[in-house]
Design a protein. Structure first.
Length: 232
């Protein structure tokens, strides 16, 4: 890979990576700051895209058009959808789907995007294995799981909604950007992987523990990305 785009939705998801970079150029575009330079001697562009699918999809396109990235890594936090995946653990995407895409009134299953050849976008298999191997090395005290990332423009904090996502999509975790990044990477024919550290259980307990666990989870994911980039 000549240049890798690294995307986080929030500042806490990318601040540690930026601090480790040799930043050579900063570009403002569409309300986002793109930090171009070297991370562990690899050419990268690190950016905080903002929250939600539109911001995330736009960010990928800018990375491709303006910076010529040929791969994308999405780092951040998510809510767990599986009992075995605990707060602090990391999910490495097998694929990513948009759970709030709903054209069921026209006969489509929930999540299906009409007139597209696929609606669940597969992550790069080499990236998946590299991420799992690196996570076990640098974060040995937490679990790492492969699974489906499901994304929508809503913070999941209701047990009934969580159960619906599990039943309909068999997701491993829920968040708000990964599938849009995957969708845009698919359209641009570049490899991607979504990495999600679990900050909450996607149920009513989120308000009790979220700020504390969010910071710790983001740090785990940043550490993984920092070392993963050396393998790419």
């Amino acid at each position: 890979m000549k240049k890798v785009g690294i995307i986080g939705a929030m500042e806490l998801e990318v601040s540690e990576l930026k601090s480790k970079m040799d930043v050579q150029n900063v570009v403002d575009k569409a309300g986002m700051k793109f930090y171009e330079g070297l991370l562990n001697e690899k050419n990268v562009v690190v950016v905080q895209c903002g929250i939600g699918k539109v911001n995330a999809g736009m960010c990928v396109q800018i990375l491709v058009d303006l910076f010529g990235v040929d791969a994308v890594i999405n780092t951040g936090v998510a809510g767990s959808l599986q009992a075995k995946i605990n707060i602090g653990d990391i999910v490495v995407s097998t694929d990513a789907c948009e759970h709030d895409m709903d054209v069921s009134a026209l006969g489509y299953e929930p999540g299906i995007i009409p007139q597209m050849e696929t609606s669940c976008f597969e992550a790069d298999k080499t990236f998946i294995q590299q991420a799992i191997d690196v996570c076990k090395e640098v974060n040995p005290d937490i679990g790492v799981y492969e699974g489906r990332v499901v994304s929508g423009d809503q913070f999941i904090s209701d047990s009934a909604v969580k159960d619906k996502l599990i039943k309909q999509f068999d997701g491993a975790c829920a968040e708000m950007e990964g599938a849009a990044i995957a969708h845009a990477a698919f359209l641009n024919q570049i490899p991607f992987v979504v990495l999600r550290a679990i900050s909450d259980k996607a149920d009513g307990s989120a308000h009790m523990d979220y700020p504390e666990f969010e910071r710790a989870a983001a740090a785990h994911c940043a550490k993984l990305v920092e070392h993963l980039i050396m393998r790419i």
